[in-house]
Design a protein around this ligand. Structure first.
Ligand code: FES
Length: 127
């Protein structure tokens, strides 16, 4: 089982840690943790409201499928993925995931140019 650290800083609840099996979408794991995350298209990869920033461990996820690349239109710089489309590919991995609605900004991912410590890169619409 992969470990997923969710950088939620909602009040005093702090970071959440959950486990996810290989092949499980990030969205299912986040829903199990009870954290708020938009999903108005119910995982169809259309609404883009489930975009999360993968701070660490992005290589342990499945590559973005065509529907994610088309519907998302997001710049991959900064580690943004659609949680409904990104599946855990490496069950031995540890991932760190953040969403703006979960609390204060997370530090930028390694190698993210131009992202200041308190200004994580927001998903950019490149459509
Ligand atoms: S739930 Fe709509 S794009 Fe992921």
């Amino acid at each position: 089982m992969a470990e997923i650290r969710l950088l939620a800083r909602l009040g005093a609840r702090g970071e959440r840690r959950i486990e996810a099996a290989a092949g499980e979408p990030l969205l299912e794991a986040i829903n199990r943790a009870g954290l708020p995350l938009g999903q108005s298209c119910r995982g169809e990869g259309i609404c883009r409201s489930c975009a999360v920033q993968v701070i660490a461990g992005a290589a342990a996820l499945s590559p973005p499928p065509p529907i994610e690349r088309r519907a998302r239109g997001l710049d991959l710089v900064g580690g943004w993925r659609l949680a409904c489309q990104a599946q855990v590919a490496d069950p031995a991995a540890t991932l760190v995931v953040w969403h703006p609605s979960w609390g204060e900004p997370a530090p930028p991912p390694e190698g993210s140019p131009g992202a200041g410590p308190n200004t994580p890169a927001e998903p950019r619409d490149t459509r």
